[in-house]
Design a protein around this ligand. Structure first.
Ligand SMILES: Cc1cc2nc3c(=O)[nH]c(=O)nc-3n(C[C@H](O)[C@H](O)[C@H](O)COP(=O)(O)O)c2cc1C
Ligand code: SF4
Length: 494
């Protein structure tokens, strides 16, 4: 199976001139003759779905934003380049190879939804990508692409939650990455803080719950889109919906940029046609599994684990849903025969429990208990009843959750318990040697086919510090003075 090159060219595009030579910029040309509803109709016809993880239909989202526009209010298009899903490196690869297509897609989006600002949300740690993006912004500014628009590049924190779209809006507004209750399409950027104070002011609590949001009709919602989604928008406008549909399936047209890491010959990022069997994708990008036999594949930490017998499932939204999993952001972490599934379950649980912000009590409290119990089981120091408690806690961890992270515990950890019950029980019954939790963390780089994981995650405390000892606080208690020493709210408050 060959890789394809709609979004990821074989060689990086080094300049705006090179981009224009490679047929770039034609999406913006096409825009001159199209009204907002024409563009949205093209995106609907193309069947583009968001590449940030949820797979939401892009045309439908843009129409919702357009319909909710408040007259005379300013608004923003926010490019989600936070890329924190473990095992995903495709957005950084797109920025490194060709940031112009992302900017072009964002400019198109701004014109369609009537936004006057584009915000690029990357992490401060993404040095090479920030440099490429800033240089490209300079070039397109000279070329007049950004006339009438303000552009901001936000260098956000390392936290996983920063990629959650309402948390990203919070960071862009100068606060901590704590998800909002309200859906982002009801609320915009630059909200006034109420009893929480304005960002930087001494009353600032940093807690999104303390920010009084403007009501519907008073502010135009922010449009948050993933990097790869916007790159696709540029190409769809340039070449049309029918061209887009010449590859892929009915429900998942086009191509997808996948990351393959773990127990494979080489870590890498590659673009494939939607509907390609997962096994072919893994081999084309990653080569054979280290031991010759696959055992499991994680799709980040957002979906159920995929087992060896399911590897012929098509890489498409419907194909992976049909086996009970999902496409997520197409970051596939491969585990071969040598992997220990008890250690992996503990690793996934620790990652999610650590990254939980603690605004919703069960997410943090049950999450940490699940992780602690699974660590004991993996070490072959636990009891069989610990696995029963894990199952009970997985049933409550997402109660009242304001974002999807808590549900991810249920889905990803629950699937490891369901698919590898014998292996986990063997650990709980102390019939096998104990193991430490597997490192599950964000990727810092993929360089010369080697994945560089964020090893610091081993030392990250549940309060998001790297202190030797955990303070016992959740991040929301640690950062929001308002809550220091107090109980977390039982129910989310607005
Ligand atoms: C915990 C969590 C982390 C997320 N991280 C990212 C991320 O790093 N990048 C991203 O594009 N979307 C991320 N998302 C999804 C976003 O919330 C949102 O769905 C996406 O930016 C929408 O853009 P799209 O429709 O173009 O996919 C995350 C969601 C959750 C719940
Ligand atoms: S579900 Fe978890 S991560 Fe999401 S807002 Fe609530 S506590 Fe924070």
């Amino acid at each position: 199976m060959a890789l394809v090159h709609r979004i990821l060219y074989p060689e990086p595009i080094e300049s705006l001139e090179g981009y224009l030579k490679a047929r770039g910029g034609r999406g913006l040309d096409a825009l001159a003759d199209l009204g907002p509803s024409d563009v949205i109709a093209i995106l609907d016809d193309a069947g583009l779905r968001g590449r940030g993880g949820a797979g939401f239909p892009t045309g439908r989202k843009w129409r919702t934003i357009l319909d909710a526009r408040a007259p005379h209010a300013s608004s923003s298009v926010v490019v989600n380049g936070a890329e924190g899903e473990p095992g995903t490196f495709k957005d950084r690869t797109i920025f490194r190879n060709d940031p112009y297509q992302v900017i072009e897609g964002a400019v198109i989006a701004a014109h369609v939804v009537g936004a006057d600002e584009i915000v690029f949300g990357l992490k401060a740690a993404f040095g090479p990508e920030l440099a490429r993006l800033r240089a490209a912004i300079g070039e397109v500014t000279e070329a007049g692409w950004l006339d009438g628009l303000t552009v901001r590049v936000v260098e956000g924190p390392d936290e996983y939650l920063y990629g959650e779209e309402t948390a990203l809006l919070e960071v862009a507004d100068g606060r901590y990455p704590f998800p909002r209750i309200a859906p982002p399409f009801r609320r915009g950027l630059h909200e006034e803080a109420a009893d929480g104070g304005t960002p930087g002011d001494e009353r600032e609590t940093g807690l999104s719950a303390d920010i009084e949001m403007v009501g519907a009709g008073e502010a135009t919602p922010a449009l948050v889109e993933n990097v790869e989604t916007l790159a696709n928008v540029a190409h769809i406008l340039a070449r049309g919906a029918s061209w887009y549909r010449t590859e892929g399936t009915d429900e998942s047209p086009g191509t997808i940029v996948c990351t393959v890491t773990g127990a494979v010959e080489r870590a890498g990022v590659g673009e494939v046609i939607m509907g390609t069997p997962l096994r072919e994708v893994l081999e084309a990008i990653g080569g054979p599994p280290d031991s010759g036999r696959y055992k499991a594949v994680l799709v980040g930490v957002s979906n159920t684990v995929i087992t060896e017998d399911q590897l012929d499932a098509p890489v498409s939204y419907e194909g992976l849903a049909a086996i009970g999993s999902g496409l997520g952001s197409a970051g596939f972490i491969v585990y071969d025969d040598a992997a220990d599934m008890a250690g992996l379950a503990a690793g996934v649980a620790w990652f999610l429990a650590t990254e939980s912000c603690g605004q919703c009590r069960p997410c943090k409290v049950d999450g940490l208990r699940i992780a602690e119990l699974l660590e004991g089981v993996a070490a072959s120091q636990g009891e069989v009843r610990d696995l029963d408690e894990v199952r009970v806690r997985l049933g409550t961890v997402a109660d009242g959750a304001r974002c999807f992270l808590a549900t991810q515990q249920q889905i990803a950890v629950g699937s490891l318990l369901d698919r590898f019950p014998d292996e986990l029980t063997a650990h709980a019954e102390k019939r096998v040697a104990g193991v430490a939790p597997t490192l599950v963390a964000e990727l810092r780089d993929i360089s010369e086919a080697v994945a560089v994981w964020d090893e610091r995650h081993r030392d990250k405390q549940p309060d998001w510090s790297y202190d030797a000892v955990w303070s016992g606080k959740a991040p929301v208690e640690r950062f929001a003075q308002h809550y220091v020493g107090q109980e977390l709210p039982e129910e989310p408050t607005d």
